[in-house]
Ligand binder design. Structure first.
Ligand SMILES: Cc1cc2nc3c(=O)[nH]c(=O)nc-3n(C[C@H](O)[C@H](O)[C@H](O)COP(=O)(O)O)c2cc1C
Length: 354
């Protein structure tokens, strides 16, 4: 493990892409210890294997003799067409993985025709991400000082964000905030590039005063649809939709918040069935293989968000490797759909899982 700046790009980019565990092992060789520890997260050692194992436990009931020759992975998310249901989760501090940070991620996403979430805690200005041209949603941490939130949301919307992701599972302790030497992080990776403040203080501490009314408040600020991230129960999902949410993301924040919460795989079916067609349901946390993605789509997700696998690819080869990761997921997801006898995402449903 290196202890200085990550390079990532010193080996040939056309080397074979390993599976996600292999990618993580490669990233561990190039990332400084403090970055690797932050990316893995405080609960990673417990949370992630459990989450991934739960996805792996899903068993399919495939159809045979279905014509899948014209198979397509295309769908829409809140009306935005995407070529694949594999989207990229909002993750803070991507410049710690690669000097280009979210710009590199956005380039890969753009080339794959999909969509990315952009964290409140990014070291890259909105304008640079938006210039790439990929569709993006802005992830909002509502802060105690609502004027800061209002300002950053307005600037994200002006730069081209087409929806807001309201993260609700991290009250007070924001797991997107590296605990290690905040000043060093700020100097090296340009934390919080979109928050208007030059005091160097740590601005992003998610408020504990969030309530259902904030869904309407946020959407009323600029009229963008709001997707609530971090929902793990049917009753909460229904409340969010009643309060005006256009979508919910079933998420444990990748196991970074509550170490012993239910898993996304366990929560998804109840949320999807309670929400029905009233809003879109997405999922993340622990998705590591195309089979996991197919399982999530069968269990009611319209699309999924990949988290850490993208960071590992970014760290080990920038935009080219993130693109290969995403294209690998798509190619293999097509294989899984052929095997399930499904020619489109519309044909995936609970009937296809045991
Ligand atoms: C390093 C890191 C930073 C993250 N930063 C944020 C963030 O700023 N806002 C947010 O809502 N979620 C954040 N997340 C959570 C992701 O959006 C997503 O929920 C999670 O990573 C999905 O799980 P996975 O990594 O197992 O795929 C972060 C995750 C990681 C690994």
């Amino acid at each position: 493990m290196r202890t200085d700046e990550p390079a990532g790009g010193t080996r040939p980019l056309d080397r074979p892409l390993p599976d996600v565990a292999g990618l993580e092992a490669e990233a561990a060789e190039v990332l400084p210890a403090h970055v690797l520890g932050y990316f893995r997260g405080p609960t990673g050692a417990y949370g992630i294997p459990t989450e991934a194992e739960r996805w792996s436990q899903v068993r399919f009931r495939p159809h045979v003799l279905r014509n899948t020759r014209d198979l397509s992975l295309a769908t829409t998310v809140l009306g935005t067409p995407v070529a694949s249901p594999v989207l990229v989760a909002p993750m803070a501090q991507q410049r710690a993985a690669h000097p280009d940070g979210e710009v590199a991620t956005a380039k890969a996403v753009s080339r794959r025709g999909t969509l990315l979430g952009v964290s409140t805690n990014t070291g890259v200005p909105f304008a640079d991400i938006a210039a790439v041209g990929a569709p993006w949603w802005f992830q909002v941490y509502v802060m105690d000082d609502r004027t800061i939130t209002t300002d950053v949301v307005q600037r994200a919307a002006a730069a081209g964000a087409s929806a807001l992701i309201l993260t609700v599972d991290a009250p007070g302790t924001d797991p997107s905030q590296p605990q290690h030497e905040p000043r060093t992080w700020s100097e090296r990776y340009g934390m919080q590039a979109n928050l208007r403040d030059d005091t160097g203080r740590n601005l992003v501490t998610a408020t504990r005063s969030l309530s259902l009314d904030d869904i309407g408040w946020l959407s009323g600020l600029i009229g963008l649809p709001v997707v609530v991230k971090g929902v793990l129960r049917a009753d909460d999902a229904v409340m969010c939709v009643d309060a005006g949410a256009a979508g919910v993301i079933v998420s444990t924040h990748g196991g970074r918040c509550l170490t012993q919460s239910t898993t996304s795989a366990d929560a998804l079916p109840e949320v999807a069935s309670a929400v029905g067609d009233r809003a879109e349901v997405y999922v993340d946390s622990g998705l590591r293989t195309p089979e996991h993605v197919a399982a999530a789509l069968c269990l009611g997700a319209r699309a999924v968000f990949l988290g850490r696998p993208v960071l590992w690819a970014l760290a080990t080869g920038g935009d080219a490797r993130v693109e290969r990761l995403l294209s690998g997921f798509d190619t293999q997801l097509e294989r899984v759909l052929h095997s399930l006898g499904a020619a489109s995402l519309d044909e995936l449903g609970p009937d296809l899982v045991a």
